[in-house]
Design a protein. Sequence first.
Length: 240
Amino acid sequence: MLNVYYVKELPSTNDYLKDHYKNLPNFSSCITSFQTRGKGRMGRSWVGNKDENIALSILIKEKINVDMIEQITLAVACTVHKFLSCFVNDIKIKWPNDLLVNNKKICGILTEGISLGDKVEAIIIGIGINVRQKNFTMDLQDTTTSISKETNRNLFPMPLAIELAGKLQMDIKLFLDNKLDYLTYMKNNLYGLGELVSFYEGLNIHQGIIEGILTDGRIIIRENQTKKYIRSGEIKIIRK
Ligand code: BTN
């Protein structure tokens, strides 16, 4: 069964599930036509026009280890990639969880855990997809795209969001049963594979070549003769 809660306008679909998770069934999804305080990674905000985009969050109420959060997020990025590839060509998965077309962001993912002791009691995965928004603010216009910008198709976000919620539920169940080979998929669609990137390790900035992804979700970057395994952060491609 698919539980999808639609609320016309919300501060954030992630926060809605966080506030109500105790009373909601496992794999409930929340979607809205407009977020007034959408959240991005690293404390950033996520903004989008009303009725033009997908803001969707899914609740996973399973006791899982904290170190599974990165992997489940990668698995979700693959599901969204597969889904969006029905509409847009050449989407890349930028580790850890952005989807890019021609170097521009079409989708961002924010995973948040609700902890009890050292166990995660629930996880909320929020997905923002730019669907039919064509005009972005100055600070975003060079780095952001949407389905309609890439294809000129004017798709309605809500039916897409409901379909995606079903696919996410299916794939997350497979992931939890250890039956989803998302790593091969990820590697085949990884942004910057074999390319020179800059990345942070602690406070220090490094450069190296992306070599792949480990089974635990860490990205492998070769810096001279040393391999680095990075768990979280952001990478930036250096094109000379
Ligand atoms: C990022 O790229 O920084 C992550 C963006 C995640 C945005 C989505 S939209 C639905 C859900 N609700 C939020 O407040 N954020 C996520």
